[in-house]
Design a protein around this ligand. Structure first.
Ligand SMILES: [Zn+2]
Length: 456
């Protein structure tokens, strides 16, 4: 996920990819049945959760957004007793190997402004608003809109009922959509560590373009905008209202997106993508890759951002970064830094060597507003968690400079080979050990160790 900073390429990421299975036999997937209904100005949630106790340790807490009021909670036919602290819901450790939790609650969605609901990000040190409004609603795991335990893969069976005026985009393709009493009921099944979805009013999109390119159907949903930010020239915004100029800007976005998919297919590995949807939003301030669709905030839709490879960054997450330990452990090297570097390799392929070198130099010379110049060690990059703008700088810029140093030592092809071998294993939750094992297997360990001796 990309969030705009002054540099337009500082990012946060929440990404998701192909379904996988827990490789660790100790972790049994939890079974979620979630029925969601969009009614008036709230999402009504009915949830049943079958929790299997892990062999090691006791699950006696769940993460859940502290601002969501629980209306009803029943654990194995008895009232569920819990205490809440921060975004954690504690309960007494259970004795049986399995328990069923039923919960009912409402998530308010303001009709005219963002809801005041606040969620914590990652390990509860960074708070940002959950952006719900009646027009576009985005729910993803970091919002903790349902009780979760990180590090657990889950079976999800989800139905989302919306008025006919709305449409649901799910992380996984829908299994069914039926009409009932004026509502559309979408069904989804998935097996993953998350199930994000996006609800949007359908009549807000003015342009809906469908393009078949190679084996993929691309669908672009653009918001109607009579005036768009075209570019930033000499630090000044340039707006256009001419229909032809707006169309030509949108065409660049479409063509760059399709070219990025082609490049990742050719240089990482071939993915079967039947349909890929790009949905413009007005609520996020960032981009997010959600496997079968990509959300792009309207602030990302201009040449300044496109030339700074923000859209192709999101597309890279279809291949890289989603199923990594970052989600569970709050570390972002594998989840964001490496995808951003690969995105830069794509940038190098179309923008040329000089533009690429400049982009790397910009990252190394990154200046924080209060700190004129600073360096970090590789160790810090590997352990960097989310939580501040400086964290984003280290993840998306300084970290990328380290990956580039590694590439200078071992060559681009070797680096891509290691990345392919690390990330393309199906049904696997990628961690740093996998990356390091592949570095060793490719005879690059000594070069990797050199990264720990430098500061960038
Ligand atoms: Zn990202």
């Amino acid at each position: 996920m990309k969030k705009l900073s002054i540099l337009f390429c500082s990012t946060i990421l929440t990404l998701y990819c192909i379904g996988l299975q827990a490789q660790d036999v100790d972790i049994k997937p939890w079974k979620y049945n979630i029925n969601i209904e969009l009614k008036d100005s709230a999402l009504w949630v009915n949830l049943s959760l079958k929790i299997t106790k892990a062999q090691k340790g006791q699950n006696d807490f769940l993460l859940f957004n502290r601002y969501i009021q629980i209306k009803k909670a029943i654990l194995d036919d008895r009232p569920f007793e819990y205490t809440r602290s921060n975004d954690t819901l504690f309960f007494e450790a259970f004795q049986q190997s399995e328990m069923t939790l039923l919960m009912q609650y409402e998530i308010p969605c303001s009709m005219f402004e963002y809801s005041k609901t606040v969620a914590s990000y990652g390990d509860s040190i960074y708070a940002y608003p959950v952006l719900f409004d009646a027009g576009q609603i985005f729910c993803e795991r970091f919002n903790k809109w349902y009780p979760v335990l990180y590090d657990n893969f889950s079976d999800y069976c989800i139905t989302i009922s919306v008025p006919k005026t709305h449409k649901v985009f799910g992380y996984y393709p829908k299994t069914d959509c039926i009409n009932s009493a004026g509502n559309d009921i979408y069904s989804f099944n998935c097996f993953d560590e998350d199930f994000p979805f996006f609800i949007t009013q359908t009549n807000i999109f003015q342009q809906h373009k469908i393009i078949q390119h190679n084996t993929t159907n691309y669908e672009f949903y653009f918001l109607p905008r009579n005036r768009r930010l075209l570019d930033i020239v000499d630090r000044k915004p340039v707006y256009v209202s001419d229909v032809k100029q707006i169309d030509s800007l949108l065409s660049v976005i479409i063509n760059r997106s399709m070219a990025a998919v082609d490049w990742y297919n050719a240089n990482l590995w071939q993915q079967r993508i039947e349909t890929l949807r790009f949905v413009e939003t007005s609520i996020l301030g960032l981009g997010a890759c959600l496997e079968s669709f990509i959300l792009l905030d309207r602030s990302l839709m201009n040449m300044e951002v496109i030339d700074r490879y923000a859209v192709s960054h999101e597309i890279s997450h279809i291949w890289l970064g989603i199923h990594t330990e970052y989600l569970a452990k709050g570390k972002f090297f594998l989840g964001e830094t490496i995808p951003e570097y690969v995105n830069l390799l794509y940038y190098e392929s179309w923008a040329g060597d000089d533009a690429f070198e400049n982009a790397i130099q910009d990252k190394i010379n990154l200046k924080l507003s209060e700190v004129p110049f600073y360096t970090v060690a590789f160790e810090q990059v590997l352990n960097q968690r989310k939580g501040s703008f400086q964290a984003d700088d280290i993840i998306y810029h300084k970290g990328v400079a380290f990956v580039h140093e590694f590439r200078k030592l071992i060559g681009k092809e070797k680096l891509l080979k290691i990345i392919r071998e690390t990330y393309s294993v199906p049904n696997h939750f990628v961690n740093l050990r996998d990356f390091e094992m592949n570095i060793k297997a490719n005879g690059c360990w000594n070069e990797y160790l050199k990264l720990f001796e430098i500061k960038l």
